[in-house]
Design a protein around this ligand. Structure first.
Ligand code: ADP
Ligand code: ZN
Ligand code: ZN
Length: 731
């Protein structure tokens, strides 16, 4: 027999299939194996086993060994990896990494075993005890203990009975077994909340989804409308059919709270997969899913590649969220991958959101997806009122602080009543920039074309793009003037200001800087949920999904910020963000309130957001997209060229541009836009960035294939060139 193997060598240019011979030892398609490669031994994945081979058989080397008894890949995940190779334009080796993460490979983690001891079969305890010397008291106690308690971990016995364990083992009186121990994350999570009685609307959605012919459903439910209960009920029914489920949330920080709900209802059936886990935990959770011991995979986007078989349901919560598009290779769109798996298995795919992406709502309206709506909050509680604070007026009245007078008054009121507040600001650090008041020079990163953010906690200047850290300067690096001022404020400064305004209030901050540790998110959220703090200040990490019943006030400090991005999705993002953040307020008994600070109070996106008018927003937005030929009516294709040498980048991008132009001339009308330019972020991590930007009518995938080939041809030496399809981030 012969096996076709993809070898796991990183940076392998060669995406070739290698052949090895196998003797009949359980190796099947999907098995991970060790194979000889050059003079090394490497891991590989068998993609096919066959009886014939096209090469000279005498030169074919045998597979060294099988890594696991259970093949890591199933027929479905092998097919899915081929799909990723085709649609994301990546090598097979890279596609496989999505399924089986780096830290799980190369023998870095192994199962953990726990040794147990029990009295060996046929040992008569009394007889054995009697045969021992009088002084062997501990051994006698151990025999009595094992007689009473049975199999016990050896470590525990050693602690209690010391050398007696070894002594009895040497007499062959004990049987020692090794059992696999699962490392399980978030063990102290607890589980609460049983089953609720679904509302009429929730029941309609569940029944509709289950009985529909269509596989994909958009569950359009406002914040707090009980979408999660719909998911739980659907999962319940899926498990009862003997099938498995995948549940995705947009952020790792949201996984523990969802896991808690899943464990409360489905116990050990839930397994969590995300990059924040330790390698061992991840390995164990992965194999629990692979072997069917756990049947619900929960995680952020990468959990869409969970190794479950017999998939019956996929849920993508907050489906509009940008985090579902991967920004590094393989650049997959989670919903597309979900559709592949749904189609392959005939599994239901549920996309849930209070603010669906324009693409999804269009598909639902057009009948391609089912559409179910949950238009009310549970118990008909109203959505919180959103009040606009016009920051232009505040400035005119001499208020230069980050807080409007309305927000200050509301905060004070909220704290007096003993309620909690959330302050949202999408900027971490103390001040966004440091500017010289003499010459206007802004402190910049030496590797990137971006300004540096001041972090007061460690008195440093940080580049938020490459992570470089500089000492805070005492004087302008351009003119030497010591008069520097801070421009724009971040979460650190907001916390400092709030401490001055409300000295007795307890304040927590949640942003990338305060959540570095493994369960960092979880700790802060838990503290806030258990009311150890009155105010939570945070970045978009706090915007999504969290259910804090005592929050009655939300302050949005910089609602317009995302409007300024030169991205076609900026209106959509702004609308989504405001709705999401506002949705954190007034979720329990007391009505909630939101203060939205802005410099453009007349902006139509803000107006529609404060009225929760999603449909109005959608109609306007989709007509703009149609008129201007933007997605979902076209695809945005960007070829990004990066090099440390600016001239080489320019030469390469021009060559790619000219080559694509030949393709364009065959079908010019398909190209709605075609241009070559500097990327908005001109330099990143020491590399100059240039781009070819295109908008191409849908349904021209052959052109995309050709653009990919032309791009890849220049991706060599010191040039890094790659193609992105509908990238999330066009900086
Ligand atoms: P969403 O995910 O749509 O924002 P949730 O599922 O978090 O909303 O529901 C909001 C709150 O309402 C939660 O505290 C949840 O426990 C509660 N809830 C949901 N459905 C019901 C129901 N049928 N009966 C009672 N409470 C419910
Ligand atoms: Zn200066
Ligand atoms: Zn930098």
């Amino acid at each position: 027999m012969f096996a076709e193997v993809i070898v796991d060598i990183s940076h392998s240019e060669a995406d070739k299939i290698f052949e090895y011979s196998v003797s009949d030892c359980g190796i099947v398609a999907g098995s991970r194996v060790l194979v000889p490669f050059g003079n090394k031994t490497v891991e590989g994945i068998v993609i096919r086993v066959k009886s014939e081979c096209e090469f000279d058989k005498s030169k074919i080397k045998p597979v060294i060994s099988l890594l696991e008894d259970v093949p890591a890949f199933t027929a479905e995940t092998l097919a899915l990896s081929e799909y990723v190779v085709k649609t994301c334009y990546v090598s097979r080796a890279l596609a496989f990494m999505l399924f089986f993460s780096a830290e799980m490979r190369k023998g870095r983690v192994r199962e953990q075993f726990v040794k147990y001891a029990a009295l060996a079969d046929g040992v008569d305890a009394d007889e054995l005890s009697g045969s021992l010397r009088k002084s062997a008291k501990k051994q006698k106690e151990l025999i009595a203990f094992l007689l009473e308690n049975g199999k016990t971990p050896v470590a525990e016995l050693n602690a209690e009975f010391g050398s007696a364990v070894k002594a009895l083992a040497e007499k062959n009186a004990l049987v020692i077994t090794a059992e696999k121990r699962f490392r399980s994350p978030y063990r102290d999570l607890g589980g609460s909340g049983g089953k609720v009685n679904l509302t009429e609307k929730q029941r309609q959605a569940v029944n509709g989804i289950v009985s529909s012919e269509k596989l994909t459903t958009l569950l359009f439910g406002i914040t707090g409308s009980g979408k999660t209960e719909v998911y739980l009920e659907l999962i319940d029914r899926t498990l009862k059919q003997g099938k498995t489920a995948i549940m995705l949330v947009p952020e790792i920080s949201l996984t523990p709270q969802m896991l808690k709900k899943l464990r409360a209802r489905f116990g050990e059936n839930a397994a969590i997969l995300h990059s924040g886990l330790s390698a061992g935990e991840r390995y164990d959770e992965w194999w629990r899913l692979r072997t069917g011991e756990a049947r619900i995979a929960i995680g952020a986007r990468s959990a869409i590649f969970a190794p479950v078989e017999n998939l019956g349901l996929i849920i993508v919560d907050e489906e509009h969220d940008g985090s579902y598009t991967s920004e590094s290779a393989p650049r997959y769109a989670t919903i597309d991958v979900a559709k592949f798996r749904s189609g392959y298995n005939g599994a239901k795919l549920v996309l849930g959101s209070a603010t669906p992406s324009v693409e999804s709502y269009l598909a639902a309206k057009g009948g391609e997806y089912n559409l179910f709506e949950l238009p009310d909050r549970i118990n008909k509680k109203p959505l919180p009122e959103i009040e606009i604070a016009d920051m232009r007026k505040e400035v005119r009245h001499g208020n230069n602080s980050p807080f409007s007078s309305i927000l200050k008054a509301e905060l004070s009121d909220c704290l007096k009543k003993g309620n909690q507040a959330i302050i949202f600001l999408n900027q971490r650090g103390y001040s966004k920039t440091v500017v010289c008041t003499e010459c206007g020079h802004v402190q910049k990163c030496s590797a990137c074309d971006v300004s540096l953010t001041y972090h007061r906690e460690d008195d440093s200047l940080l580049c938020h793009y490459c992570g470089a850290k500089y000492k805070m300067v005492k004087a302008c690096t351009e003119c030497g003037s010591p008069y520097l001022k801070y421009g724009g404020f971040g979460t650190e400064k907001i916390v400092a200001d709030l401490r001055e305004l409300f000295p007795s209030a307890k304040i927590l901050r949640m942003d990338r800087d305060t959540t570095q540790t493994k369960e960092g998110h979880f700790k802060i959220l838990n503290q806030f949920a258990s009311r150890e703090a009155d105010i939570l200040v945070g970045t978009q990490m706090i915007a999504k999904g969290h259910d804090f019943p005592f929050v009655t006030l939300v302050g949005i400090l910089d609602a317009d910020m995302s409007l300024h991005f030169s991205d076609f999705r900026s209106a959509e993002r702004t609308f989504q963000l405001i709705t999401q953040v506002a949705g954190r307020s007034g979720r329990a008994d007391e009505a909630g309130k939101v203060v939205l600070q802005t410099y453009q109070p007349e902006n139509h996106v803000l107006r529609q957001a404060i009225n929760y008018d999603y449909k109005g927003f959608f109609e306007r937005e989709i007509s703009i997209r149609k008129a201007t030929a933007f997605p979902p009516y076209t695809k945005i294709i960007r070829v990004l060229v990066q090099s440390e040498n600016e001239e080489s980048a320019v030469i390469a991008v021009k060559k790619i541009y000219e080559n694509i132009d030949t393709v364009r001339r065959e079908r010019p009308s398909v190209f709605r836009f075609f241009g070559c330019m500097k990327a908005p972020l001109k330099k990143l991590q020491g590399k100059y960035r240039y781009q070819v930007l295109m908008r191409i009518d849908n349904g021209n995938d052959d052109i995309l294939d050709r653009i990919y080939t032309l791009t890849n041809a220049e991706n060599r030496g010191k040039i890094n060139a790659y193609m992105e399809i509908n990238p999330n981030n066009l900086t």
